[in-house]
Design a protein around this ligand. Structure first.
Ligand SMILES: [Zn+2]
Length: 428
């Protein structure tokens, strides 16, 4: 816990000012690093009860440990769909930029980012691997294989400036019928809309109460200039390394900004992020002190330059896993990342699953030359795990299907860091 002995600074004028800028700004220099607070405030005014629910959920996440029984045996992989909305060719960013963005968030969430070494010694012990990963969805909501990239040409300029690109009560970005792109099932996919905010903000995420009020707008919005790794872009600098998405996904998984309340440590409901009185920008030098403690200006939930952000803490990891056990649980049950890794060291024919359809027994045969242990996981169509084992021999006992209801099941085989997924029907 961190306390500020002499709290005299009020955030209110700043909150009101940034809120107004969010709606009125066309000045590039005034664009917000992150419009999470402003967007949440606007939505809470729109929907009665949302503010109270956000508050209740924010409280509950700190009391909701990720259940031991649900601990992942390996990382949690969240399927992502990227909606690219463009009215000019420049806004239609290439696939490589999207792949680069997925790489950045995977490195940052797994603590594989190169700048970990620059974290001051005081904070190095706080940096953790969150064990959360992301894939571009490989199976769409209709069960059909997909690239996870959804390109939509639109007539609407500045479509990602969601506070002003509206029709009626709806932001056009989120609706195909009015020039945007409909979300994929927001319980099962992380939707990221990429478009032109015309200088309003770099990114925003929806708060965790949104699924109960406005699920069709649940996800993340990022300006196309700040999506992916744009390390050669002077325009995008210093927010050019893809960490706007890292920050916004943190919000989407229940994290709040770590500043704003010196008096107690409840500004983000996390005990291992030191209290600070305001956001940090640029690349501060160590140490930076506020609220009577040394501040973690290099945390991903701060506003520092991309090159200077480097870590999530254990407390932030716990909170994100709690969100994934609570309001965001659907993401862990999604089969959107199945059929990953189409290039495998062993062919699909190296594994046989039969008979198909199966009645009471599902037999598995493996080629003897598949290297190492093989993890076998069977999910039903809703993403619930039915069966799991790690096999080091190649003599599998059949999976007992006696009590399984009729339906489609997905069986994933993971070996040598590669996964293939096969579909089987149970029919009695
Ligand atoms: Zn933010």
């Amino acid at each position: 816990m961190y306390f500020c002995p002499s709290f005299t600074f009020s955030m209110k004028p700043i909150i009101i000012l940034t809120y107004l800028l969010f709606f009125l700004s066309t000045d590039l220099s005034a664009q917000l690093r992150c419009a999470f607070d402003e967007h949440r405030n606007a939505q809470e005014q729109k929907y009665e009860g949302m503010a109270a629910q956000n508050e209740a959920l924010n409280q509950s996440l700190q009391n909701l440990p990720f259940p031991t029984s649900a601990q992942p045996r390996q990382e949690i992989t969240i399927p992502v769909v990227v909606h690219i909305l463009y009215s000019t060719e420049a806004e239609n960013i290439p696939d490589q930029q999207i792949y680069a963005q997925i790489d950045v968030i995977n490195e940052d969430f797994r603590l594989l980012n190169e700048n970990v070494q620059n974290i001051p010694d005081e904070f190095k012990p706080f940096a953790v691997d969150t064990e959360i990963e992301f894939c571009l969805a490989s199976i769409g909501p209709d069960g059909v294989p997909t690239t996870g990239i959804n390109r939509i040409q639109t007539e609407v300029d500045c479509i990602a400036r969601i506070a002003t690109s509206v029709q009626g009560n709806r932001s056009q970005l989120f609706y195909s019928s009015i020039g945007g792109s409909d979300a994929w099932d927001t319980e099962r996919y992380l939707n990221i809309w990429v478009g032109n905010t015309c200088g309003d903000f770099l990114g925003l995420a929806t708060s965790i109460a949104v699924p109960d009020y406005q699920p069709e707008e649940d996800g993340i919005v990022i300006d196309y200039n700040y999506f992916g790794n744009n390390c050669n872009s002077d325009f995008s600098a210093p927010y050019n390394l893809g960490r706007t998405a890292t920050h916004e996904i943190g919000h989407f998984l229940g994290l709040l900004h770590p500043w704003g309340n010196c008096e107690s440590d409840d500004s983000d409901f996390i005990s291992d992020t030191p209290s600070q009185d305001a956001p940090y920008y640029g690349c501060p030098s160590y140490p930076q002190i506020s609220c009577g403690s040394s501040d973690m200006y290099m945390n991903f939930m701060n506003y520092s330059d991309d090159v200077c952000m480097a870590l999530f803490t254990a407390g932030q990891k716990e909170r994100m896993l709690a969100a994934l056990a609570g309001p965001r649980a659907g993401l862990t049950e999604s089969v959107g990342c199945a059929l990953l890794d189409p290039i495998v060291p062993f062919g699909r024919d190296a594994i046989s699953l039969y008979p198909n359809p199966a009645e009471n027994c599902i037999h598995i045969d493996f080629d003897a030359d598949i290297p190492g242990d093989i993890q076998v996981q069977m999910l039903d169509a809703a993403g619930q795990e039915i069966y799991y084992t790690i096999e080091s021999s190649r003599n599998f006992r059949p999976i007992d299907a006696t009590n399984l209801p009729n339906g489609i099941y997905f069986v994933s085989f993971r070996a040598a860091k590669q996964t293939i997924t096969k579909k089987i029907m149970v029919l009695k």
